[in-house]
Write a protein that binds this ligand. Structure first.
Ligand SMILES: Cc1ncc(COP(=O)(O)O)c(C=O)c1O
Length: 417
């Protein structure tokens, strides 16, 4: 570890949480340089939906490299990109009757959000964007302005402007329709709230503590956006690409966002790729207006095309629903056995948040889990929520063993609360 301590910036985060030097990884396991194997309940913060080093993706990548396929191409037309575009259309868009143009941005989620915000402002000619309490949309200034977490916001060094914050679904208690206040203010020309360019929302706030928006709330939000000529931007960066048991997290809700931001899992193999899906009528960019050197990585297109093939039938999504239900059942039993009223369980598909109600407890449980060779990270306000986001294709034996370790770690650290 000394090399990292001496030569790498103090900014290091995750390597402090999990103090091991990792060497190899396969499926849902990471292996450190001493050969110790860890079960991965973090999956690269939602990047590794298909696990580490998926064999089919690896074979496709090796074939592509062997044939001297183009590796870097800015936004030039390449065969790898064409295949990805066509496959995305055939596998994801067409069966849903969705019509989107695909804008590849810089490869981070933050850059996809930046592009979506710029486009919404350009299309509407408005500045203000509505974002929600506990939302997480990225670290660059525009996306950071939409992120709620004070630690990240305070690091901006400049004012974060042109964002109005509204309470997310459930923020004021289960029985409160948090959209009502917005509805009234937007209807009142003297409320002081200008008509927004967009609403930017996660259907499940992942970093924010696994807060799940109800379908009725999402529908109400879509209606409100429409009524006020604002665009609906769904940030599906962490909970898209199969995480909820369907390709998009908003499948089945009846909403059709104006812009969808995808990143993380879309490159399949952990290779960086980000995209905005834009309704054709909003695709009002002039060529190169939101540019960037690394837009659309060919290796990510190659692996990402294989990743899309996992959605050609229902096998993966059915497995996500089954394993998600199992996870929920195990964690629900843990909550019961803890007998602490402040502990709460939330989630859908294969994303779950075990809210321990105490950052100190979650920190201790994370450490205890790591000692039991389980990689899991806390999230949410004060880091009090243990977030379970295993690879979607985690074998049942690893899922069961990981859940055993998590339950033990939480039980063993009860005193830290
Ligand atoms: C919902 C959501 N949006 C945006 C981002 C930012 O993505 P990136 O870290 O790739 O910039 C994240 C990252 O965790 C995220 O979860």
């Amino acid at each position: 570890m000394e090399v990292f301590e001496q030569l790498e910036s103090r900014i290091r985060g995750y390597c402090r949480t999990w103090p091991a030097v990792f060497d190899r990884a396969k499926g849902a396991r990471q292996i450190d340089e001493n050969g110790k194997e860890y079960i991965d309940f973090f999956a690269g913060a939602g990047v590794l939906n298909f696990g580490h080093n998926d064999d089919r993706m690896k074979a496709a990548l090796l074939r592509y490299l062997e044939s001297d396929g183009v590796t870097h191409s800015l936004d030039m037309a390449t065969t790898a990109k064409r295949t990805f575009l066509q496959t995305f259309h055939d596998v994801v868009l067409k069966p849903r009757g969705l019509d989107y143009r695909m804008q590849f941005t810089g490869p981070t989620g933050s850059n996809a959000v930046e592009a979506a915000l710029k486009l919404a402002r350009k299309v509407t000619g408005r500045r203000t964007v509505v974002a929600f309490t506990n939302g997480f949309h990225g670290m660059t200034l525009g996306s950071l302005a939409c992120t709620g977490n004070a630690k990240y916001r305070d690091a901006a060094g400049v004012p974060l402007e042109h964002v109005v914050r509204a309470p997310f679904d459930g923020y004021l208690g289960e029985d409160v329709d948090t959209l009502e206040e917005l509805r009234r203010m937007l209807a009142d020309p003297s409320s002081g709230v200008a008509p927004p360019a967009a609403f930017v929302v996660e259907t499940i706030q992942a970093e924010g503590g696994v807060n799940v928006a109800r379908t009725a709330w999402l529908k109400g939000l879509a209606e409100l956006a429409k009524a006020h000529g604002a665009l609906l931007i769904v940030d599906d960066i962490q909970v898209g690409v199969g995480r909820t048991g369907s390709y998009f997290s908003f499948d089945g809700t009846g909403i059709e966002p104006d812009i969808v931001c995808l990143a993380k899992g879309i490159g399949g193999y952990g290779l960086p790729l980000a995209v905005c899906l834009v309704k054709p009528e909003h695709d009002q960019w002039s060529p190169g207006e939101h540019t960037g050197t690394f837009r659309g990585q060919d290796l990510a297109f190659v692996a990402g095309t294989v990743a899309l093939s996992y959605f050609a039938d229902d096998a993966l999504c059915d497995a996500v629903k089954r394993k998600g239900a199992k996870t929920h059942g195990r964690l629900d039993a843990l909550v019961e056995s803890l007998g602490r009223p402040e502990v709460d369980l939330r989630g859908r598909g294969m994303i779950h948040g075990l809210d321990l109600g105490s950052g100190a407890w979650a920190t201790a449980a994370t450490k205890a889990a790591f000692e039991r060779q389980l990689i899991i990270s806390p999230c949410g306000p004060s880091g009090r929520v243990m977030k379970v986001i295993a690879p979607l294709n985690i074998p049942d034996a690893d899922l069961d063993a990981g859940l055993d370790r998590l339950c033990e770690a939480v039980q063993a650290t009860k005193g830290a609360a």
